[in-house]
Ligand binder design. Structure first.
Ligand code: ADP
Ligand code: MG
Length: 371
């Protein structure tokens, strides 16, 4: 089946200097963010970081203390929620339990006073969109959690909203249903072309779904970028540890030559590419992704460290190793599946390094000022 071109032009969203205070408590502070038409943007952050507050301000349920929200360049703060025409999906399904699936999806159209025939056609189309056409007459309790969330999606999309806002829509689903609903969301987004703003604390979900991610902490946006950018070049230690895993090594910059710095870490020297200039003597934190460290012996390794394997744990197809190399913390190393019967074991001696690729580029691990 080929997919139709996007049905609706996406709308442009801009949050400017958005703040929200509850008495002395600062739930949001100076949140500024632009979302391009048709973009899938995810607000990612730990619990309490202000994600829901942003979404509720967008939906019009929370009044910002400061700042403005613009849709296609026009301020919308004065508009009540029902005049914004945004679709909203929450974690709790919030379906009407006594109404059928079709009646649930029809609800926003009835509120808008559409005629019966029109409603029937739009409900059928929305249920087809989430592949629940055959379930129109069921009650929500006769559906799985994933199906209920698809009904909630159909209800949020049936009136062709200007934005779709999703607050932890997969929070209550098990792993399998989560990944199915993620696929569904990606498909819907491609097909509709609507601007999506999603909220989650789940980095894998954010990476899998989003065109861009805005990482939040303590009511502020700390970094914004594509999943690949944030993963490969996090600018803060917080993002390096929240998106994937990292080993952090505190060090002092020694000689710098040709974009490569010698960093003294616990009496050893690690050579490291520096995308931004660093001065000798600067205190820095190296962030090393576990999957970019290799286990030797092998030619062409850079930054070789030797030590002792403390632990090897099978995780899905690969192995997670903890290696004592004489630094304050053991290094975390993730190696791909090995065909060799001689799996590494706790107690083994280990030689670690980073593979030098043919261009002599030394990986994209990042040297960040220590914060
Ligand atoms: P998240 O969705 O990222 O978990 P929230 O946006 O729900 O975070 O909350 C951000 C902060 O604002 C939290 O510290 C929360 O306790 C606080 N907060 C949210 N809503 C209210 C409220 N109605 N009254 C007081 N504090 C609130
Ligand atoms: Mg929340």
């Amino acid at each position: 089946m080929t997919e139709a071109a996007p049905a609706l032009p996406g709308h442009r969203l801009k949050l400017y200097g958005l703040s929200k205070r509850y008495g002395p408590h600062r739930a949001l502070h100076d949140v500024t963010l632009e979302v391009a038409p048709g973009e899938f943007l995810t607000l990612l952050g730990p619990s309490g970081s202000g994600k829901t507050t942003v979404l509720m301000a967008l939906a019009g349920f929370v009044e910002p203390s400061d700042g403005e929200i613009y849709l296609d360049g026009r301020p919308i703060s004065a508009l009540p929620p029902d005049r914004r025409d945004f679709g909203v999906v929450f974690q709790g399904y919030a379906l009407f339990p006594h109404l059928s699936v079709a009646a649930n999806v029809a609800f926003p159209l009835e509120v808008r006073g559409l005629g019966r025939a029109d409603i029937r056609a739009k409900v059928a189309a929305a249920l087809d969109l989430v592949r629940l056409g055959a379930f129109a007459d069921r009650k929500p309790r006769a559906l799985s959690g994933g199906q209920q969330q698809r009904v909630a999606l159909a209800r949020a999309l049936v009136f062709e909203p200007k934005l779709l806002l999703l607050d932890e829509p997969m929070g209550a689903l098990d792993r399998q249903l989560k990944s199915e609903l993620q696929g569904e969301l990606r498909r819907l987004h491609r097909r509709l072309g609507t601007t999506f703003v999603n909220v989650t604390h789940d980095q894998e979900e954010a990476m899998a779904l989003s065109d861009r991610i805005a990482v939040m902490r303590g009511g502020e946006i700390v970094e914004v970028g594509t999943p690949a950018e944030l993963y490969a070049r996090p600018r803060t230690r917080f993002v390096a540890s929240f998106l994937g895993r990292s080993n952090f090594l505190e060090g002092v910059v020694g000689a710098v030559r040709g974009g490569v710095a010698n960093v003294e870490v616990g009496g050893r020297t690690i050579r490291h590419a520096t995308p931004e200039p660093v001065a000798p003597g600067a205190c820095v934190t190296l962030a090393l992704r576990p999957e970019r460290i290799e286990l030797g012996p092998r030619d062409g390794l850079d930054n070789v460290l030797t030590g002792r394997l403390l632990d090897a744990v099978q995780t899905g197809p690969g192995l997670d190793l903890a290696v004592e190399v004489g630094l304050p913390e053991p290094l975390e190393v993730r190696i791909p599946p090995t065909a060799s019967p001689c799996r590494p074991r706790g107690g083994d001696r280990a030689r670690l390094g980073r593979r030098r690729d043919r261009r002599g580029h030394r990986g994209r691990q990042r040297l960040a000022p220590r914060t």
